[in-house]
Ligand binder design. Structure first.
Ligand code: TXA
Ligand code: MG
Length: 319
């Protein structure tokens, strides 16, 4: 990606409105939350979400947290049972993320959830995050605003040091008070599991729930959310780096030389466009091809790493 001119916006109403305008146009804006600075993008805009992965240089598509202004907005995207509602009532706004079932008619980009049927959602407490979500009036996907593998930023200066030229703007709201990422809880029916320890302690949570929660020392709990096996896998066999398509296969193309592709991730060979289309096109291909999906080679540069990582999982032998 060509270098951008990263603006530092003062967190007054004028700066907040400018940030919301940039986000509405599909741009990337880092903003303060009480935990760490998030790198925000419109969660409904696949191209914007793909740009987040590109700016962070993430080698894989970990699902992202969706930030919303209030519970009514959260309910558009996530199904809340009584346990989820009691946690939301106690800890929102605040440093708690809930992983809940994704609603049917949501309009989130599939890249946000990495094709999962659950969504991680939270209402941040920081007044600047609140002001931005209200001005933007929609869901913001936001991972921590650091390059992959680097420490999470708790000041606008940290964001600039790491992300200058890669994002449109940073909204400077001073220091983050918690300084530690949000606690992530997954709720499945009556089962509550800790996916990441963070700003709200396990004791605070069990006090509210009146029941224990599964933590990672418990072998039944998934260790790292990014390694969940439940990623969407097509039913059809998947073959990668395909030159010649076999009779029973349907081609998912990439780039200009794929005239006979059923779908093309990016006819111009743009990796950000390809990432934005990846999960929904895999689903569409699955509906078309019961026997086999052939996929054109995708270059191993930029977002190509994450795309190839995801495709390798789709092509791996099934259990
Ligand atoms: O405090 C925070 O949570 C910060 C601020 C910006 O809100 N955000 C943050 O995002 O830490 P990130 O992307 O660095 O971490 C999100 C975590 C990842 O470990 C991801 O795998 C997990 O949330 N996650 C997201 N969606 C999930 C899902 N549907 N199921 C399981 N884990 C999920
Ligand atoms: Mg992070």
């Amino acid at each position: 990606m060509a270098d951008l001119q990263t603006k530092v916006l003062t967190a007054d109403q004028c700066g907040v409105n400018r940030a919301a305008t940039i986000l509405s146009a599909g741009g990337l804006v880092a903003f303060p939350t009480e935990t760490v600075y998030g790198l925000g993008a419109d969660a409904r805009n696949g191209h914007a979400v793909a740009s987040v992965y590109a700016a962070k240089g993430r080698p894989s598509f970990n699902p992202l947290i969706v930030h919303v202004a209030d519970l009514d907005t959260a309910k558009r995207y996530a199904g809340f049972n009584d346990l989820a509602l009691s946690l939301a009532a106690e800890f929102w706004p605040g440093p708690l993320t809930l992983v809940l079932p994704l609603t049917k008619n949501h309009d989130l980009s599939e890249l946000v959830t990495a094709g999962l049927d659950s969504v991680a959602i939270r209402i941040p407490q920081h007044p600047v995050a609140q002001a931005l979500l209200n001005a933007f009036n929609g869901p913001l996907a936001a991972p921590s605003a650091n390059p992959s593998g680097r420490i999470s930023p708790t000041q606008a200066a940290h964001v600039i040091a790491d992300m200058n030229g890669k994002i449109n703007a940073v909204l400077d709201g001073g220091n983050c008070t918690v300084g530690l990422e949000s606690t992530i809880l997954k709720i499945e029916g009556s089962k509550v599991s800790l996916l990441r320890a963070g700003g709200v302690s396990v004791e605070q949570i069990t006090n509210v729930l009146g029941q224990g929660i599964a933590t990672s020392s418990d072998p039944k709990t998934p260790q790292s959310p990014g390694q969940l096996k439940s990623h969407y896998a097509p039913k059809a066999q998947v073959r990668l780096n395909v030159g010649a398509v076999k009779d029973h296969e349907v081609l998912l193309g990439f780039g200009p030389d794929c005239a006979d592709a059923a779908l093309n991730l990016s006819p111009t060979g743009d990796l950000i466009e390809a990432a934005a289309n990846l999960f929904s096109y895999l689903r569409k291909m699955d509906a078309l091809a019961l026997d086999g999906i052939a996929i054109s080679p995708i270059p191993m540069s930029g977002l190509g790493l994450a795309i190839n990582d995801r495709l390798k999982r789709a092509a791996a032998p099934r259990p």
